[in-house]
Design a protein around this ligand. Sequence first.
Ligand SMILES: NC(=O)c1ccc[n+]([C@@H]2O[C@H](COP(=O)([O-])OP(=O)(O)OC[C@H]3O[C@@H](n4cnc5c(N)ncnc54)[C@H](OP(=O)(O)O)[C@@H]3O)[C@@H](O)[C@H]2O)c1
Length: 288
Amino acid sequence: MKLAIIGANGQLGSDLVKVFGEDAIPLTRRDMDVTDATSVKILNELKPEVIINTAAYVRVDDAEVEVEKAFQVNAIGALNIAKVCNEINAVNVYISTDYVFDGAKGEPYEEDDVPNPINVYGLSKYAGEILTRNYSEKYYMIRVASLYGKAGARGKGGNFVDSVIQKARAGEELKVVDDQFMCPTYTKDVAVMLKRFLDLDIKPKFGVYHIVNEGYCNWYAFTREIFNVLGWDAKIQIAPIRSSELKMLARKPVFSALTNKKLDDLGLRMRDWKGALKDHLMEEKMGR
Ligand SMILES: NC(=O)c1ccc[n+]([C@@H]2O[C@H](COP(=O)([O-])OP(=O)(O)OC[C@H]3O[C@@H](n4cnc5c(N)ncnc54)[C@H](OP(=O)(O)O)[C@@H]3O)[C@@H](O)[C@H]2O)c1
């Protein structure tokens, strides 16, 4: 199956390229800009059967002031890709986020729960979801969450795991919020699962699916687990703080955990977040 991966040098994109191997046509922003309807025409020539669009404006706080930029990539970009997919009869796979939810449910969100974004990033991704759904003839919308992986998020200059390790190594004081709950998710696991999902003999119905590591925690507990795996737990002081103390630009959902209900229904099971984190940290240590 010929498959184009947009955002191929990104955190998730680079793992997708590895996992799909020879089937993957990796596309970076140098090859095409999703916000430019002319440049995406390269896909008409490549004619992949599936297009995975990981391209995104991912800086949640900056999006509050760079509203247009966020919407251009996350929403208009999604529209441009949806149109090209239709022209070449490709399946459109749009990567979305747990931040489409407001967090008020207080328990893990299922695919059919109604989004209600509370920040510009979430709203721009939700606009991307709606455009994907309403313009694509064939689409999967894959919501992921709190990603970490070998490459680190390009848009953010790294990921949470890298950042806490760097701060700890530099002897910086660590203050981490304990009032926001989410599903820490390993990009390699998402990539492997997305391949299994797309390779299923009986093709899943088009629509929304969640792919996150199982279970959830708050960012403070996540940090503790990072140090626990690294064997640093006793040595490093981490202070739990409330989100309000950080005075960030964007509001964040207090509870954005997701369930993989529709994956489970297909007999596909993600592993739990602690096992995935351990694997990631061990791989990093081994320099793989
Ligand atoms: N990171 C998270 O915690 C998180 C959580 C939930 C959902 N997600 C979603 O997961 C997906 C992947 O995120 P990630 O962590 O892998 O982020 P990332 O590393 O920043 O990857 C985003 C990719 O998009 C590319 N890109 C940005 N603007 C583009 C444009 N106009 N045209 C073409 N390519 C463009 C970037 O390329 P350049 O850097 O070269 O511009 C980069 O390769 C995104 O859809 C994001 O919304 C991420």
